[in-house]
Ligand binder design. Structure first.
Ligand SMILES: Cc1ncc(COP(=O)(O)O)c(C=O)c1O
Length: 347
């Protein structure tokens, strides 16, 4: 069988698995051990998360980002609850209503500004709750860090949102499918941008930054964590050969692999931006703060450019394109792509 060797800017999910992760999986592929997360590798990975976050957090490994988000909602909400989220969030837009279907709760979408929720917009949405039995009770505020359009909440913004949620009696969740890219962008460690900002739960992503299929749900507040294992099983996110899921995170934290991978992806997005930002027919739509570039281009360029390097339109009607960089995107690939753009621009 022939394999496609061309790389792309379609998605950081299009990239492969970092060789160090594969090597680590081979290394732990010996002997037999307990299944379903009762093995020493899973225990070591959970311990590693406690070290990384500098707190006694509880970590549950899952296969998918959707799984982590839905498990989060499932563990803290029931069918009388609502979740305040961005109308562009993956949870709201791209998870096939899993949170609503599998928890019974209601998602309340709020229009973001350049991907971010703001207190003003939250207040406006919150003021519409009447707090009687005719409406679902707001229970959880969730943000995506970095956002779906590649912007990054500052520490201050995150803290303000967490404080706001807590003052309203809600919990605060972060969808960190690309949390490593946000950490590199902010130049802080994971603890500073989550625990110290007031996060109660975090979907910690790995797959988009060099793991195979490994995500985790981290509980900083232990109270809602009582039945997580049961919910994870019911949501079909419990891996039997669990060491190969949890073990990926040991490789991820070893020698700061997470950081090196995210640094490369972010740097390539910045390079891409810098090479096209002055082209008059292109408008960079959102600040480039993580590993994605969102740009409006003349629509007639799309079919030509996509032949060169594949990518997806984000909003075809607006001519808005999404170019995602990965841990293994190279400078040469970015230069080749931007040369193709420049050829079109110079007509
Ligand atoms: C912000 C965000 N959250 C969650 C997910 C869900 O990940 P998965 O496709 O592994 O379910 C994605 C995937 O693209 C994402 O971009």
């Amino acid at each position: 069988m022939e394999f496609e060797t061309q790389k792309s800017l379609s998605s950081d999910n299009s990239s492969g698995v970092h060789p160090d992760v594969l090597a680590y999986l081979s290394k732990i592929n010996v002997a037999h051990t307990l299944a379903y997360g009762y093995d020493p590798i899973t225990e070591a990975a959970q311990k590693k998360f406690r070290e990384v976050f500098g707190t006694d957090c509880e970590t549950y490994f899952v296969f998918t980002g959707t799984g982590a988000n839905v498990l989060a909602v499932r563990c803290v909400c029931d069918s009388i609850h609502s979740v305040m989220c961005s109308s562009e969030s993956h949870l709201y837009e791209d998870e096939c209503s899993a949170a609503e279907k599998l928890t019974g709760c209601k998602l309340v979408p709020i229009e973001p500004e350049s991907g971010k929720l703001t207190i003003t917009r939250l207040e406006s949405a919150y003021s519409k709750f009447r707090f009687d039995e005719h409406q679902a009770v707001p229970r959880l505020l969730t943000i995506t860090q970095p956002t779906e359009v590649g912007t990054v909440y500052s520490l201050e913004e995150t803290k303000q949102l967490a404080d706001w949620a807590h003052k309203k009696g809600m919990l605060f969740h972060i969808d960190g499918a690309r949390i490593s890219n946000a950490a590199v962008s902010l130049g802080v460690d994971f603890k500073t941008m989550t625990v110290e900002c007031g996060a109660d739960l975090l979907s910690f992503g790995g797959t988009k930054n060099g793991l195979m299929f490994a995500e985790a749900l981290v509980f900083f507040d232990k109270n809602p964590a009582k039945y997580v294992k049961y919910h994870r099983k019911q949501l079909m996110q419990l891996a039997s050969k669990h060491r190969f899921l949890a073990g990926q995170f040991l490789a991820y934290f070893e020698n700061d692999l997470w950081k090196k991978n995210a640094e490369n992806a972010n740097a390539m997005a910045k390079l891409l931006e810098s090479l096209i930002k002055d082209i008059p027919k292109i408008k960079i739509k959102h600040p480039v703060q993580a590993n994605g570039v969102f740009a409006v281009i003349p629509l007639e360029w799309f079919p030509i450019l996509v032949q060169h390097t594949s990518f997806y339109p984000w909003n075809i009607n607006e001519g808005l394109m999404r170019w995602m960089c990965s841990f293994d995107t190279t400078e040469a690939e970015i230069y080749a792509f931007t040369d193709a753009i420049k050829t079109l621009a110079h007509g």
